[in-house]
Design a protein around this ligand. Sequence first.
Ligand code: SF4
Ligand code: SF4
Length: 88
Amino acid sequence: MNESGKETSRSVKKPDRESSKKKDVILEINRDLCKGCGICVAFCPKEVLELDEHDKAVIRRLDDCNACRMCELRCPDIAVEVKKAENL
Ligand code: SF4
Ligand code: SF4
């Protein structure tokens, strides 16, 4: 859609030579919003997340993330955001 110009910028695809779906996932944790309740850690089916020594959620195994968004949906403080590359 050259007329708007918007579609062109949104349709850029990253090369994915390692064919890893996990490369298409971006996981963001806002440490200012995280209160360390551990809910995301408990609900993540892939054990991607942990609490660090400051009681903040951290990403330990992004490669295992299946982008189910359970962490984002369960976080009571809206501190987690899961993005798939196709939606960026
Ligand atoms: S559920 Fe939200 S507030 Fe609780 S530890 Fe995870 S990111 Fe932090
Ligand atoms: S999106 Fe799913 S698999 Fe990935 S960190 Fe969140 S709960 Fe775990």
